[in-house]
Structures are given as C-alpha cells and as structure tokens.
Design a protein around this ligand. Structure first.
Ligand SMILES: [Zn+2]
Length: 635
C-alpha cells in the first residue's frame, strides 16, 4: 500500500474484540465444521457464479466451484482460515462503522479500531500512519466474512454480514460527504464495492446490491475522470503526497463484477472509464512498463484486465494480463514473492539482488498473495496452463503459509523479509491493508484448489481437502489426504453414487524429477507424466477409486537474478529452504545440494560444511530466529 515501515519485534497486545476463551473457541470450530457439512447438503453444487445476470463475451473453459463445495481438512491452511473467520466474526461492529458514522457527523459509539482505520487528524507521512485511510478495509472484512459464510454456512457469520450492511447503509449519502478531503477515495470505494457484492452473492444479503449502487453514486463525485497512475496524480495539484497514492486503475474488476451481479449497465460503463489504457496498451504489446510502479496494486490491476477481457471480449486485455504477469514472474524471488519496497525493479539491472541488502520490505505478503491468487485463477481458467498453478503453490507455501496470525487488536503480518539478515516481524501499524486481504485470501484457498471443466475436474493444489460436485447428475466426492509439500505424496479417494465417465486432470509441477509416479487403484498410469502439464486421467470412475501421486522432489538451486548467478536459494520441489541461526560464511553449491532431512518427522534440513553445520527450514516453520534465503556460493 505504501513505502516500507516495519518494527522488529512481536509486541504483546490487548484485544479489542469480544474475547473468546478456549472453550468457546473449540465450540466455534465444532459448530463451523458441522455447519459446513449441513450447508453443503442444503446448497446446490453448481459452479459459481450462480446469479449471473448478463452473458460474458468470453466463457473460460474452466469455472470456479461454489465456496460451499470445497472443505479444507485439518492443516495449517484450515487453521489460517478458522483463525481469520473467528477473529473477524468477533470484531466490534460499532468500531467497524465508527469512521463512516464519524465522517457523516452521526453519533459514533464504540471503541476506535486504531492504526490506519481511525478517522483522526494526526496522520503525517512518513512517521505516523494513524488514521491513514479511515474505514479503508471495512469492505474487505465484509467480503472475508461473506466468503467465510459461503464456505461454512455458519449462520452467525451471515447475520453479522447483514447487520454490517444495514449499519453501513445508514452512512451513505448521495453527495459522498464521507469522501470529502479523503486521501484515497478510489481505494476505499473499491474495497467497499467488493464487500457489498460479496455480501449479496455469498451471504444472500437482501440490501447489498442497492447499497452498492448508492455507495457508487456517493463515491463518483470524488473520483477523477479516468484511471490515473501515481505519476499522473503527482502531476496534478495535491494537498500532500499521500493524496497521490490512489488506485483508480484497480476499479474495473469490481465494477465489471457489479455489472454481472446486478445487470446494471452503468457499472460496465464506469468500468470501461477506469481501464487504464496507458498501462494495458503497452503491456499488451509486450512492453514492460512495470518498473517503479507500485507492485501489489498493479498486479491487482491485471485482474481488471481479465474482467475486461471476459466481459468485453477484447484479446488485448488478455495479452496485457498474461504479459504483465510473466514480467512479474521474471522478477520474482525464489519464494514466488515480488516487488521489494512495494515496487517493480528495472529488468536486467540486478535489482532483486540489490534489494537483499537494502530493504526488509521484500514482499507485501497477504495483499500480494491475494492478488497473485486472483490473477493465476483467472489465467488458469482461461488458458488451462498448469504453470499458473505452479506459481500459485510456490507463493502459497513460501510466503503466506509463514505469515503470523492477525491479532485481535489489528497487529498484522505485512512484509516477508528476504534481507541477508532477516527476521519475521509484525507491521508497525494496526489494521493495515494486509489485514483486509488476509481473510479474503484464506476463504479463497478451497476454490483455488479445484476447477470444473465440461468433461471433468482440474485438481490444482495439493491441500488436504474434500470437494463434491455433480458430474452428469451424479454426486461425486473427492477427498484429498496429503502432507504435501513436507511429504512428496498425495492420495485422492473418490466416492460416487454410481459409476460415471469423466476426466480428472492432475497438475504435474514443472520441477518434478523422472522418479515421479502417478497411479490409479495401485496401478501406474500408462500415459506419460509430463512436467508442467495437467495429466488427463479419463476413465469410468467408481466408488472407492483412488489416485496416488508420488513426486520426485530433488534439491535444486535458483539464482536471485540473471546478473547474479552465484547468489542462490535452495529449493525442494515448490518449497524454498531458508538457512537459520549461525550460517557458515563460506558455502558452495555442493554444500547446499547435499543437505539431508534431519528426521522424517521434522521439516529441518542440515549439511556439514568446513565452517560448521548449516540448518535450513521452510518459511512456515520459522519463528523468531534469524534466517537467510540467498547464499553467495563459490564453486
Ligand atoms: Zn497489504
């Protein structure tokens, strides 16, 4: 969202929310688990979106399942989802509505949230980000809750969404008093827009679409005539620098979605107005216009290009998104993260390598992964190219999997640190942008794992999970059990009411070795298992059938960039391994590649070097210890 700031410790903090004790937390988990099953039985098995009002110019060959169709089973990712659901379910509603009420001159009871969220006068860049963007993430919390309801069917979550929409509706006027002298009107409107369309679509809120249109009318007088880059904003008169950080170029995605959900063509016209030609036209031609641009919001803008492609049908927007995403991948760290100091580097200059000495703000993690998941879902659905799935799992296991949980007072994980002397920290400010995207992202884990095609199912992520869908009117349930990527295997069991012919497409990662094995019911499959492709398993599937995957995950080294081939990270399959504690100063490729797992029950790896023992572990296993991703090797 802005240039880096971090703090170097994990503070102990008071809770603002209605605190849950351990018993009520257990009950909550039990209730949501049970509710998930009931909700699934009660709701339909069609692919999303269910209430589409308008036809798309382009219908992708793959569609996303309903949130209710995929259940995450016990794992780190299920814990992240439950933590976020629990935390946002118990946020104080008066506190959430306070900035909106306050700016409208209404009675505004309840505590202040703190951090970026408050409405106050003391914001002063770069030292004080208190009250940076009042109410900025309200829509994202609403969206996260609406999606969590869609996943679990947990009634109190739906009721909270409905109460928040009603409370918010009272603060919306036609003139947009809320946005008068507001630093980032497009930013906050965009998040509010997402929250309201999700409240409508995923939590069946009866008012949300009407409130959405009113909120749109309220924001429009405060937005420019078209999308403006930061440079264009700086060129116009502005009160102070924070007024030049608005993100008008991300608006079209949600405006196109509002058009699809409501059928109101005025949303489509607004979306077209905010498509940034100056950005997408050169990208579509393969010209890299990313360097220096704010990283997350411009990856998010690719999602606007994808919605433009789906709704309007102009291939130019697909080319812009594909090229732009490729350019981001070409300047990504081994973890899949990108954008040191929240900006893209100039290709061919060794900029990523330099960043390892100059910043701790290496990758804006919850926001970045949220945007990355969205664009890879769009591109995977349109192209069926498994490499987008490879990219998704790399960023999942190496970045967000290691994010510390959001605390009830808004203390958040923000940047992954790849500095040569790195440590995990909480962000200095409470309730930053990353506290908005984290609950949205964790609700999206399930729907990112599987996709539906006309002839079957695409299995994209190897997460412990269960999916049910209708295949030719037969209910099929697939249960995936796995410890991947800690283990190199996954097992998928089918349950069907009667045998059914379809294709199960399994993503085969590009990095696999020749020892990889795929079998069905214990028999190795005949077809070639090609790295970097989906493997098509077409057969008449019957109850009790089982797919087993065993990937050869050999160790390999990846250079930070082409200019620094000797500064390398150690990878095992999709997973980067970070050196921890005392790191020997002299390392060779041979040292790194010779690491062995300490024990089958441990995620630690170690190697003996002349200068001592080197220990490495995945990002998710790192706590407070110092760590390092890249090593300058000799030989
Ligand atoms: Zn963020």
């Amino acid at each position: 969202m802005r240039p880096r700031q971090d703090c170097r410790n994990f503070p102990s903090v008071p809770r603002i929310s209605e605190t849950m004790n351990k018993t009520s937390r257990r009950q909550f988990l039990k209730v949501t688990g049970a509710a998930a099953g009931a909700a699934f039985a009660a709701r339909n098995l069609r692919a999303w979106p269910a209430t589409q009002q308008v036809s798309l110019a382009v219908v992708p060959p793959l569609s996303v399942f309903n949130y209710s169709q995929v259940e995450l089973l016990d794992s780190l990712f299920r814990q992240q989802f439950d933590n976020n659901h629990n935390l946002y379910l118990h946020l104080n509603e008066d506190a959430l509505l306070k900035p909106f009420r306050h700016r409208m001159g209404m009675p505004a009871p309840g505590p202040d949230m703190g951090g970026w969220y408050d409405d106050a006068e003391d914001f002063s860049t770069p030292d004080n980000f208190h009250a940076f963007i009042p109410g900025h993430s309200f829509g994202q919390y609403l969206s996260g809750l609406a999606r969590a309801y869609a996943v679990t069917g947990h009634k109190p979550t739906q009721e909270k969404v409905h109460r928040l929409v009603r409370g918010f509706a009272q603060t919306v006027d036609k003139e947009g008093k809320f946005y008068v002298d507001y630093r980032l009107p497009a930013y906050t409107y965009d998040k509010t827009s997402c929250g309201l369309i999700d409240a409508h679509e995923f939590a069946a809120d009866p008012d949300a679409l009407d409130v959405h249109w009113r909120a749109t009318e309220s924001a429009m007088p405060h937005l420019p005539e078209k999308a403006l880059s930061r440079a264009a904003q700086r060129a116009r008169p502005h009160k102070e620098v924070a007024y030049t950080w608005d993100e008008t170029y991300t608006l079209p995605e949600n405006l196109f979605l509002a058009y699809q959900r409501s059928g109101n063509s005025r949303y489509r016209d607004l979306a077209v107005r905010f498509i940034e030609g100056d950005y997408f036209d050169p990208l579509a031609e393969g010209q890299n216009v990313l360097p220096g641009e704010h990283a997350y919001s411009h990856v998010n803008a690719f999602n606007s290009a994808m919605q433009a492609y789906l709704v309007l049908g102009d291939e130019k927007h697909l080319r812009a998104a594909k090229n732009g995403f490729r350019m981001v991948q070409e300047q990504s760290y081994a973890t899949g993260g990108w954008g040191p100091d929240e900006a893209f580097v100039v290709p061919g200059t060794g900029g990523l390598d330099s960043s390892l000495n100059t910043t701790h703000a290496s990758f804006e993690t919850p926001c970045g992964v949220y945007g990355h998941f969205k664009i890879t879902r769009y591109l995977l659905r349109v192209t069926r190219d498994s490499r987008y799935g490879d990219s998704m799992e790399r960023i999942l296991y190496n970045t967000i999997a290691g994010a510390t949980p959001i605390l009830a007072d808004g203390t958040s994980f923000y940047y992954s640190d790849y500095n040569n002397t790195a440590k995990k920290v909480h962000h200095r400010d409470k309730w930053p942008c990353c506290s908005g995207t984290f609950p949205q992202l964790t609700a999206d884990y399930g729907i990112s794992s599987y996709y539906q095609s006309q002839d079957g199912i695409y299995i994209n992520l190897f997460l412990p999970s269960r999916i049910s869908w209708l295949q030719n009117n037969t209910k099929v349930t697939l249960t995936q059990n796995t410890q991947y990527p800690s283990a190199n295997t996954s097992q998928m069991d089918f349950a069907l009411a009667r045998p059914e012919t379809f294709t199960a497409y399994v993503r085969i990662p590009a990095w696999i070795g020749t020892g990889t094995r795929v079998s069905v019911n214990g028999k190795k499959v005949d077809s070639d298992v090609t790295p970097g492709k989906f493997l098509a398993l077409q057969r008449t599937w019957k109850d009790g059938d089982r797919i087993e995957l065993e990937f050869e995950m050999s160790m390999r080294l990846e250079a930070v960039d082409d200019q620094n081939p000797n500064n390398v990270a150690l990878m095992r399959g999709p997973m980067a391994l970070f050196a921890v504690d005392d790191i020997p100063s002299h390392l060779t490729r041979k040292h790194l590649l010779s690491v062995v797992r300490v024990a089958q029950s441990s995620d630690d790896y170690s190697a003996i070097t002349e200068a001592g023992v080197l220990t490495l572990r995945p990002f998710a296993s790192i706590m407070n210890e110092n760590y390092r991703l890249y090593h300058r090797v000799e030989g």
